[in-house]
Write a protein that binds this ligand. Sequence first.
Ligand SMILES: Nc1ncnc2c1ncn2[C@@H]1O[C@H](COP(=O)(O)OP(=O)(O)O)[C@@H](O)[C@H]1O
Ligand SMILES: O=C(O)C1=C[C@@H](OP(=O)(O)O)[C@@H](O)[C@H](O)C1
Ligand SMILES: [Mg+2]
Length: 171
Amino acid sequence: MKIILIGYMGSGKTTIGKRLSNYLEVKFLDLDDYIEEAEEMSIREIFKNRGEVYFRKKETEYLREVLDQNEDFVLSVGGGTPCFGINMQLINDATPNSVYIKSDLNVLSDRLMKEKEKRPLIADIAPEEFQEFIAKHLFERSFFYNQAHHTISNQNKTVEEVVIEIQKVLV
Ligand SMILES: Nc1ncnc2c1ncn2[C@@H]1O[C@H](COP(=O)(O)OP(=O)(O)O)[C@@H](O)[C@H]1O
Ligand SMILES: O=C(O)C1=C[C@@H](OP(=O)(O)O)[C@@H](O)[C@H](O)C1
Ligand SMILES: [Mg+2]
């Protein structure tokens, strides 16, 4: 079984993906980690040294590589992955179990304010503009996230509770 977690930055994809893979005893892959390893640069460095277009091209290339694997896995992708090119179609073609991890604006902006440095798209947004930026960005991207086969809220829940809910909807 292949399970692919999508959703906005800070929604919890990486954290939940790791825990879910432990639970199911399958391999865990995080597309950002995979890209960092392959490119021998952090996501921050890739954006800074090569720019976002380079990152997006590589993201699709490595997504295809990861999806081509025969073994089972839980894969957490980046927040932007489903929103560029044909990536969302590649994801849904690879599995009947794409899962949108959903959190609302307040939860996302609280979490991301604390961790913005490691996310180049939001690292330089001023605090007074932060929530409005996330609101607009999330609105634009929701079209893609809503194409997932399943949607699970990660709000007022522990990571374990979310993992249990995901297991219940898997087909
Ligand atoms: N259910 C939850 N309750 C509290 N904090 C959470 C929960 N899920 C995720 N987090 C926290 O939110 C932050 C972002 O999580 P992360 O897994 O990096 O998100 P993503 O990969 O979607 O960007 C992390 O600090 C993580 O510990
Ligand atoms: O939303 C995005 O475009 C991005 C999300 C990040 O992953 P997380 O969603 O795991 O933070 C990472 O891929 C990169 O910084 C770009
Ligand atoms: Mg992540």
